[in-house]
Ligand binder design. Structure first.
Ligand code: ASP
Length: 358
């Protein structure tokens, strides 16, 4: 059966290619015609309740384009010193420097911008938007990205808070080796704020759909805590930490960035929606693919796989062009992982599907 929201015309197009829409895989070029959405929708990681509410309000009331609504929305978390995974207050690299990654993508123009390993800039997602709008490039990194931001009027800002500095000091004091070969090692977490993880990831992704069916998205992060200086994750990489196609939908990732990079995860989620998956099915498909890849990787890095499941967290978020949305996370008990969504019914947290439930 076709997923809700795919029109009869879309079905016929699929059938014309010799396949029903529900029978995967469709040829990659076959895009169903989706019904128009009932209104604006935004999804994000669970730390983005204010983000999705803001994005939907700006799209609905001010007709702001979805990518800008997402960039503005994640700006709330970038400026929050209590979020240890994004912007101000983010945990630093192994040298104690906060380096940020961010990217955004605009559905209607199929354009994108990103900054990687940028320092001292409070709103890297806004810089990524300027890279998209004001240059012919997609990626700027490190000092070049910082200089570009300063040229556009951003003021240098100290992003290392006292709380993050103390956590970093504790990590540094407990470090017993170069801490590079086994980034998922089972050392004790250095701070209760890290919720049991020795070396946490953390990020915000927001995918936004406007009432006219246009799409945009944004991902912004301080990346893996205590990372090797110069490491960038999936967040600034188009197709990995975020991707949108204005004819299909938008998706993004949080969690172990290396896994989203090695799978082209967000691109895969969008392509699965093109082939007829619901957003939740598409996210689950991508996570199972990542699981298979981790099983192979376990040959050289055994800690990627723990018994019957991957040993790391990864979550995908997706919204389809007709307004259907969903999310799935790699690990956990059913109902234990949440994502944020806002639409005409307001902002709320909903449960992610789980790819490898415990
Ligand atoms: N994906 C981000 C990274 O690998 C971090 C995270 O989402 O937790 O840099």
């Amino acid at each position: 059966m076709a997923s809700p929201g795919i029109s009869r015309r879309g079905l016929l197009k699929g059938a014309g290619a010799g396949l029903a829409v529900g029978a995967l895989p469709l040829p990659a070029s076959s895009t169903p015609d989706f019904d128009p959405p009932a209104g604006a929708v935004a999804v994000s990681s669970a730390n983005g309740l204010g983000t999705v509410a803001h994005a939907v309000k700006r799209m609905s009331e001010d007709r702001l384009r979805p990518v800008s609504a997402a960039v503005e929305g994640v700006g709330i978390v970038e400026a929050d010193p209590n979020d240890l995974s994004v912007g101000l207050g983010g945990l630093p690299d192994e040298d104690g420097k906060v380096t940020l990654d961010a990217a955004c993508m605009d559905g209607p123009t199929h354009n994108a911008g990103s900054v990687g390993a940028i320092q001292d800039i409070l709103h890297p997602a806004r810089v990524a938007e300027l890279v998209m709008d004001r240059t012919d490039h997609v990626n700027l990194v490190a000092d070049g990205a910082r200089r570009f931001a300063l040229e556009h009027g951003f003021k240098p800002t100290e992003l290392l808070t006292e709380r993050a500095r103390r956590i970093w000091l504790k990590w540094r004091a407990k470090r017993t080796n170069d801490d590079r070969l086994w980034p998922l090692g089972d050392r004790e977490p250095v701070d209760p704020a890290l919720q049991g993880e020795a070396r946490p990831w953390g990020t915000i992704h927001c995918s936004a759909l406007a009432q006219d069916g246009s799409l945009g998205c944004c991902t912004t992060t301080s990346g893996l805590a205590f990372k090797i200086p110069g490491r960038i994750g999936d967040s600034p990489l188009i197709g990995c930490g975020l991707y949108c196609d204005n004819g299909v939908g938008s998706a993004g990732a949080t969690g172990r960035g290396e896994a989203a990079i090695l799978s082209g995860g967000s691109w895969l989620v969008v392509e699965r929606m093109r082939a007829g998956d619901t957003p939740e099915e598409a996210c689950l498909h991508a996570l199972r693919r990542v699981g298979k890849q981790a099983r192979k990787g376990a040959n050289w890095q055994p800690i990627l796989w723990a018994g019957v499941r991957p040993s790391f967290g990864l979550t995908f978020y997706a919204v389809r062009k007709d307004g259907l949305y969903g999310s799935a996370s790699m690990l956990g008990k059913p109902g234990s992982k949440k994502f944020a969504v806002a639409d005409g019914a307001g902002a709320r947290l909903e449960a992610c599907a789980i790819a490898f439930p415990s």
